[in-house]
Design a protein around this ligand. Structure first.
Ligand SMILES: [Zn+2]
Length: 275
């Protein structure tokens, strides 16, 4: 059912048609062009996914779990910016990133922390941006590359933040900045009226958000800058839809990003909760 053994399918590298059982692509010479028959299933999985909805569901689930793990801390009234703020220990247990977990060897927190948030406003703000931006990025880069840009730029943001010595950090903002970076890069590279409009729109959003971050307290500016750079880098390496249409290799990378995120949560929950 998941594995295609007969007929023909597309080479993941060059996108041309080969027999399903071909061991080498007839056109580009790549080995296992149909990914052992799993290529079409990966394509269906990634193509049929509503990634913005998936991010929303995972982030809200993680937020509710972080509140439920320590209800007293969550209900302690502080300021409006800390309304319904999960306790620090609950966030650490669920995979908050930062120099402290990084030095403890918990590398996977650069992925889990993308889905964790420190207050009601924090999660609302990030989810609104995600729902606003992801459809645009999907239109330019396609579904698979959007998943890769979001995941890797979030991780690059946390890596830079860890390197800067930030003890703890969390949130999808780095990934949001990555998506902005990918759009800015696209606008700059494409040029023309449309490119200039994209560059102006997304560049000013990135600038406003970054300056707001510099003015605010407890904002991970390294994470924002790193996310933006990560988004530009991934966009640079993968190209956008007008340069290169989405191919199997992009879907394989997207599936790898999703699988790595699942592994990251599994490692985190095992480390925090296994007896
Ligand atoms: Zn090929």
């Amino acid at each position: 059912m998941f594995r295609q053994r007969s007929g023909s399918n597309l080479c993941y590298a060059c996108g041309k048609l080969n027999r399903a059982d071909a061991s080498v692509c007839f056109y580009c010479g790549r080995r296992n062009p149909g990914l052992w028959g799993f290529g079409p299933a990966i394509g269906r999985l990634i193509g049929g996914l509503d990634f913005a909805a998936l991010v929303t569901v995972v982030a809200i689930t993680a937020y509710i779990a972080s509140l439920a793990l320590d209800p007293r801390a969550a209900l302690t009234p502080r300021g409006v910016f800390d309304l319904f703020a999960p306790g620090g220990r609950a966030l650490i247990a669920l995979g908050m990133a930062g120099a402290v977990p990084w030095q403890a060897g918990h590398w996977w927190t650069v992925l889990t922390a993308i889905y964790l948030h420190g207050s009601l406003l924090h999660i609302l703000f990030n989810l609104l941006w995600i729902r606003q931006l992801l459809p645009d990025v999907e239109e330019i880069y396609g579904q698979a590359r959007t998943i890769v840009i979001f995941t890797l730029s979030g991780a690059v943001g946390f890596l830079l933040s860890n390197a800067a010595g930030n003890p703890f950090t969390l949130g999808a903002s780095g990934a949001v900045f990555g998506v902005l970076g990918a759009m800015v890069w696209y606008g700059r590279r494409r040029g023309g009226l449309f490119g200039a409009a994209v560059l102006r729109q997304y560049g000013s959003w990135a600038l406003i958000l970054f300056v707001l971050g510099l003015l605010g307290m407890h904002v991970d500016n390294w994470g924002h800058a790193g996310g933006f750079l990560g988004g530009v880098l991934v966009a640079l390496m993968l190209g956008s839809g007008d340069q290169r249409s989405e191919r199997g290799i992009h879907r394989v990378l997207a599936a790898a990003c999703l699988a790595l995120t699942v592994v990251a949560f599994a490692l985190q929950l095992w480390t925090a909760f296994a007896p």
